[in-house]
Write a protein that binds this ligand. Structure first.
Ligand code: GUN
Length: 311
C-alpha cells in the first residue's frame, strides 16, 4: 500500500484564501492593510529564494511588504539597527528576520530585540513563553503549518503517540509543544538519542526535522504511521538521485537535463510503501510555512488594530 500524499499546496491555498478574506475585512473596516517587513542579511542563496517567495505570497493575499536587504552584512550591527527602525515604524505590522544569519551575527540578541507584537516567526521569548503556556500569541510558522496540515487532512492528533526528530528552536521544540497542546503523547529525538529508529517506530505521527537528506527510512516508520517531512535539500549528484528515486526514474532523467532536484529528511521511495500518509517534498510543508507566515502577519495586524487575534 502506498502512503496517502498529504497535499500541502491545497491546504496552503485554503489558508491563503482565508488570509485574503481577513485582509479584505480589515480594508472594509477602513483600516490599513497589514504590512510585513523581511530582513535579509548576508548572501545565503537559498534564503534569497525563500525571501522572494515570501514577498510574492504577501502580494497575492493583499498584504503590503518590504524587503530590507543588508548585503555584505557579517555581524549583528546593521541587522539590529534595521529591526529597531522597523519596531518604531507604526505602519509595519510584522517583522521577519530571515535565518540563518551570517556567521558573526548574534541571533539570540537580534531575535530578542524584536517587538513581540510584530514577531511573526514567534521566536521572541515572550511569544515562546506564551506558546508554552498555551496563551494567545504568535506561533512559529512551520510547526503551525504542520498542525494545519494534519487537521485539514483529517489526521487525528488527540491521544496519538508523536515523535519529533530534531530539537531546533524554529521547528523541533515548538512542534513538540504544539503537538502536546493538541493532546499527543510527544517524544523528541536528537543527535544523542539512543535507539533512535526504535523510538521513531513507536510514532503514529512522525515529524522529521533533522536537517539530513533522506535520513528517515522504512527502519524508522511503523506501518500506517503519518510521516511529515520538514527537510528540504538539493540533490547534488546523479548517484544520489539514482539511490533516492531509482535509476530509471523521471527524476534522474530530469537531473541529467540539469533540473534542480529536491529531497527532504525522509527517503520517500523507501518510506511510502510503509507509511499511512506522507507529506511530499516539494509541495508538503514548504507552502504551509509561507501560508502560516501570512496568517501570523494578519493576526499581528488585527491585534495591533485592537481587534481579536482571529475572526
Ligand atoms: N529560515 C528557514 N525557515 C525559516 C523561517 O520559517 N523563518 C525564518 N525567519 N527563517 C527561516
Amino acid at each position: 500500500m502506498a502512503a496517502r500524499v498529504l497535499d500541502g499546496e491545497a491546504v496552503a491555498k485554503a489558508i491563503r484564501l482565508e488570509v485574503a478574506a481577513g485582509v479584505a475585512d480589515l480594508c472594509a473596516r477602513g483600516m490599513t492593510r497589514p504590512r510585513l517587513a523581511v530582513v535579509l542579511a548576508g548572501e545565503n542563496l537559498a534564503s534569497q529564494v525563500y525571501v522572494r517567495n515570501k514577498i510574492k505570497a504577501c502580494g497575492e493575499v493583499g498584504i503590503d511588504s518590504e524587503l530590507v536587504r543588508l548585503e555584505g552584512s557579517r555581524d549583528s550591527g546593521r541587522t539590529l539597527a534595521a529591526v529597531q527602525e522597523l519596531n518604531r515604524r507604526d505602519e509595519v505590522d510584522g517583522i521577519l528576520v530571515q535565518l540563518p544569519l551570517p556567521d558573526d551575527a548574534n541571533e539570540t540578541r537580534i531575535l530578542h530585540s524584536l517587538d513581540p507584537a510584530k514577531d511573526v516567526d514567534g521566536l521572541h521569548p515572550e511569544n515562546v513563553g506564551r506558546m508554552v503556556e498555551g496563551a494567545e500569541g504568535l506561533r512559529p510558522c512551520t510547526p503551525s503549518g504542520i498542525l494545519e496540515l494534519l487537521k485539514r487532512s483529517d489526521i487525528e492528533v488527540d491521544g496519538k503517540r508523536a515523535v519529533v526528530l530534531g530539537r531546533s528552536a524554529i521547528v523541533g521544540k515548538p512542534m513538540a509543544i504544539l503537538l502536546l497542546h493538541a493532546n499527543a503523547t510527544v517524544t523528541i529525538c536528537h543527535s544523542r538519542t539512543r535507539q533512535l529508529a526504535e523510538v521513531s517506530r513507536s510514532a503514529e505521527i512522525l515529524v522529521a526535522a533533522v536537517g539530513k537528506p533522506a535520513f528517515v527510512t522504512e527502519a524508522h516508520v511503523t506501518p500506517g504511521a503519518t510521516v511529515v517531512d520538514v527537510g528540504i535539500h538539493r540533490v547534488t549528484n546523479e548517484e544520489q538521485a539514482a539511490e533516492l528515486f531509482g535509476r530509471d526514474s523521471r527524476q534522474v532523467a530530469a537531473f541529467r537535463e540539469g533540473k534542480n532536484l529536491l529531497v527532504g529528511d525522509v527517503h520517500a521511495r523507501r518510506v511510502a510503501p510503509v507509511a499511512g500518509a506522507l507529506s511530499p517534498v516539494p509541495g508538503g510543508v514548504g507552502p504551509l510555512t509561507i501560508a502560516c507566515l501570512l496568517q501570523n502577519t494578519l493576526q499581528a495586524a488585527r491585534v495591533r488594530r485592537g481587534l481579536p487575534a482571529h475572526r
